[in-house]
Design a protein around this ligand. Structure first.
Ligand code: 5GP
Length: 122
């Protein structure tokens, strides 16, 4: 796994160097609306700690951070009004997962039917 890059875009958002449209924040997480939403609701939940991806987080985060991250996802769904209608959570990891930003983030998408989970392979 690549080491954490403090110049990634979400690290800059966490440091307040670039703005975000904030949805939720607590001691462990920041959640903000995706700049290029792929659904009526598309929020990114990120831990405040320096974790490259979910595998890094699972291996190295504290129990408090893991619980905090999990709780933030549920809270974001409630705050954005999609917890009743349903939604999808996605975390891309590495090259095959098509991860673009190397700071763990969970996509929370909903507000309309999300379609098939994956595009069918031809
Ligand atoms: P990934 O492919 O790494 O799972 O997803 C990265 C996500 O971050 C994409 O959905 C992209 O639109 C979003 N994103 C990239 N740069 C920014 C930014 O500066 N601000 C916000 N709010 N979202 C961003």
């Amino acid at each position: 796994m690549a080491s954490y890059d403090d110049n990634n875009i979400f690290a800059k958002i966490l440091r307040g160097e670039i703005p975000c449209n904030k949805c939720d924040e607590d001691d462990f997480t920041l959640s903000f609306h995706d700049i290029a939403p792929q659904a009526p609701v598309h929020v990114l939940v990120i831990p405040k700690g320096r974790y490259v991806d979910y595998a890094d987080f699972a291996a190295n985060a504290s129990a408090e951070e893991i619980v905090g991250f999990t709780a933030a996802i549920k809270r974001v769904a409630e705050k954005t009004g999609i917890s009743e209608s349903g939604y999808r959570i996605i975390s891309n990891i590495g090259d095959d997962g098509h991860q673009e930003v190397p700071h763990l983030h969970m996509h929370v998408v909903g507000g309309a039917p999300t379609g098939r989970m994956l595009t069918k392979r031809s």
